[in-house]
Design a protein around this ligand. Structure first.
Ligand code: GLP
Length: 237
């Protein structure tokens, strides 16, 4: 594991964007695994700028997002599709047909999970996976559990995740209780993983994930076993 200590959120975002840009320059047909949440917003901002300045070209890039709330329409302003369109896709020269998220409105959840795993396989897996970390150690929406779940699956969100994410909704009641998330296998099979975390409230969980026991109770802890993990953080861990 490589830990890059930075000054603040801005520097974390710039460095993360630089590493993603390097990936796209080295392989213009890269498959990027992307994340939502407040952590990557600055990274996407920097990627938009690099695209506008002609440093990176998204026209041959494919993106696979980690997760989507179950039950939310793509037009809902809290859906992760809406988030990605707003912060990145609508602002760069990506082919929208090459941007993928689980379908939160899928009628047959099992079929949707299988479709997503098949899709990841059909594009040859993920070249670089960007990750944030939840306060309980979740990655994507892989919540603490008794085992690591390999495939894409539907998950009941934990109370702590519902509480944390309620800040984006009008009320806690509006936060979806379920989500569809990529499983641990596709994340671990990504050729590179880039984890970003900032804010004192993430310090303890980041420490636990990177240096504590590897356990499905702290899903991010499995990243200790990844061969090419880069962590960018202003936190003194
Ligand atoms: C969400 C997302 C995760 C994200 C996490 C942290 O629930 N599903 O992919 O990493 O929360 O979010 P934030 O960066 O806003 O702290």
């Amino acid at each position: 594991m490589r830990i890059i200590n930075v000054k603040d959120y801005e520097e974390m975002s710039r460095k993360a964007a630089d590493l993603i840009a390097a990936q796209i320059i080295l392989n213009p047909k890269s498959v990027l695994g992307l994340a939502t949440g407040s952590s990557p917003i600055g990274t996407y901002e920097c990627l938009v700028e690099l695209n506008r300045n002609g440093v990176i070209d998204f026209s041959h890039v494919t993106t696979i997002n980690l997760d989507e709330y179950y039950g939310l329409d793509p037009t809902h302003d809290q859906s992760y599709r809406y988030f990605m369109n707003k912060h990145l896709f609508s602002r760069v020269n990506i082919n929208m047909a090459n941007t993928h998220l689980p379908d939160g409105k899928a009628k047959d959840i099992d079929a949707e999970c299988r479709r997503y795993d098949d899709l990841i396989e059909s594009v040859g897996g993920i070249d670089l996976q960007l990750l944030g970390i939840g306060h309980n150690g979740h990655i994507g929406f892989n919540e603490p559990s008794d085992e690591f779940i390999p495939g894409t699956h539907c998950v009941s969100l934990s109370e702590s995740t519902i509480n944390a994410n309620s800040r984006f909704f009008k009320s806690r009641d509006e936060v979806p209780r379920k989500a569809i998330t990529m499983g641990i296998k596709a994340i671990m099979q990504a050729r590179k993983v880039l984890l970003i975390a900032s804010g004192e409230d993430k310090k303890e969980i980041l420490k636990k994930a990177l240096f504590g026991p590897i356990t499905p109770q702290v899903p991010a802890s499995i990243l200790q076993l990844h061969k090419d993990l880069t962590v960018i953080t202003p936190l003194d861990i």
